[in-house]
Design a protein around this ligand. Structure first.
Ligand code: ATP
Length: 440
């Protein structure tokens, strides 16, 4: 298992992820995605959107506002119940989540180490409820600004638009609403790189069904399998994935049943997506608090009901992090990120064999320009070929194309496979098809 430090360092070195506002000493729990990271995240989101919205008849998309009328958060139960148990170390006042036993133990061990073996007995305050919603202030008159929340999860913006979607589209139950967007949480202990951030992105589908136990079970199981298969299809190794059902104690206030998909990370099995059977919690509560009708009338039977919701909620950042960790391979003389070609930031890199022969550079540039109208391509003419391969392996680029003196004679190039390092000669006119083959 790769150490997290190696991933953090590769991400910084190659431009996947940097600490947020680093030149000012950072801001805890925030991260900035660099040129490669932004492409990786975009690819994850684009493939997700294609599979969820473009290729399905029963899901439509939405992009709701991050800032909402605060009553929506009272209705959804977040103002009251979106809490973690907070404890404070009585020695140094560091704060931790009481339900994260490992972190508490680690902190106690640190104190004990500091005290050079003396058996220090760390005392903790009683757990207090700490609300994770991030507050903001809106309005231009000092003292009369209204307090709002940055959304703690993206779900609420979907439910409050349930009526709008029904009235403006032709969806019929069962149907889903998909959304991708930022969420904010005042996490007590951000950490493990981007895993627990205070600002992060989610991709979710709220899938509305008939309020019926059998339907609920059927769709819950459907989405569990469907989502697990999605990560497998994109190359995550099966042995690193598992389902974990929530116990009654840990289940969120809105969920009837909940399962996580977890990844076997360097710090242990960790959730990166949840499947929640939310029942009619959200629509019933929004109906009550807004006074608006949230029911659905079946066009065939005339039956009127408040639908149930099966939610699939994945973290974009946690998905990206686990794709990176899963892809990391150390070989004899290289580090290679074996990212699925569909997720890879660059699909190919084009090199002239040497940078000081204009005819090679011109030819390579022509190939580069043609390919980049189709896909994200990288240009590299620095250093020697070995160094360029090394850099592209760390960036996860599946193909490297080298233009050499033979190219000028016969219009063929060398194309190198990232994973096997095998190089073959390919006609320039076949290049695009060759690369596209790996993008399915
Ligand atoms: P955890 O138990 O780790 O705090 P959660 O159960 O509160 O997570 P959900 O509310 O189910 O998480 O959110 C759905 C998804 O959103 C998670 O599976 C995760 O991928 C992502 N997510 C939640 N909190 C964070 C965070 N602080 N940083 C990054 N991603 C997050």
């Amino acid at each position: 298992m790769v150490q997290l430090e190696k991933i953090v360092s590769l991400c910084k070195r190659r431009g996947f992820i940097y600490p947020g506002s680093e030149i000012y000493g950072g801001l805890g729990g925030t991260w900035d995605y660099g040129p490669l990271g932004v492409l990786l995240k975009k690819n994850i989101k684009d493939i997700w959107w294609k599979d969820m919205v473009q290729l399905r008849d029963d899901i439509v998309g939405i992009d709701a506002a991050i800032m909402m009328n605060p009553r929506a958060w009272v209705a959804s139960g977040h103002v009251e119940a979106f809490v973690d148990p907070l404890v404070e170390c009585k020695i140094c006042h560091a704060r931790f989540r009481a339900d994260k036993g490992e972190e508490i133990k680690k902190h106690e061990e640190e104190h004990s180490k500091e005290s050079k073996g003396k058996n220090i007995n760390v005392e903790w305050t009683e757990p207090q409820k700490f609300n994770l919603l991030v507050k903001a202030y809106l309005g231009v008159i000092e003292g009369k600004q209204s307090e709002i929340y940055l959304r703690g999860e993206i779900t609420n913006g979907v439910h409050v638009n349930f009526r709008n979607i029904l009235d403006s589209t032709r969806v019929r139950i069962p149907f889903g609403i998909a959304q991708i967007g930022k969420a904010f949480r005042n996490e007590i202990t951000p950490g493990n790189f981007t895993f627990r951030s205070r600002e992060f992105e989610q991709m979710e589908v709220q899938f509305y069904i008939k309020p019926d136990e059998e339907e609920g079970e059927k769709w819950f199981n459907f989405w569990k399998e469907d989502r697990m298969n999605w990560y497998l299809k994109l190359g995550m190794r099966k042995e690193n994935l598992r389902f974990r059902d929530h116990t009654d104690k840990e289940r969120a206030h809105y969920a009837r049943v909940a399962t996580d998909i977890e990844y076997n990370s360097p710090w242990g099995w960790s959730e990166f997506m949840g499947i929640h059977h939310r029942g009619d919690w959200d629509l019933t509560r929004h109906q009550k608090y807004s006074g608006q009708d949230m029911s659905y009338t079946d066009p065939f039977s005339g039956e009127k009901f408040i639908p149930w919701d099966i939610e699939t909620s994945a973290g974009v950042d946690r998905s990206a992090l686990f794709f990176l960790i899963d892809a990391y391979h150390e070989e004899k003389d290289r580090v290679v990120m074996k990212i699925h070609p569909r997720l890879a930031p660059y699909k190919a890199a084009v090199f002239p064999l040497v940078a000081n022969k204009p005819e090679l550079v011109d030819k390579a540039r022509k190939i580069y320009n043609e390919l980049r109208s189709e896909m994200m391509i990288c240009w590299d003419a620095r250093g020697n070929i070995g160094k360029r391969y090394f850099a592209q392996d760390e960036a996860g680029t599946p193909w490297c194309i080298t233009v050499d003196y033979d190219t000028l004679k016969d219009d063929t190039v060398t194309i190198r496979n990232r994973d096997t390092t095998v190089q073959v000669r390919v006609k320039i006119s076949d290049l695009s098809a060759e690369i596209q083959k790996s993008l399915v």
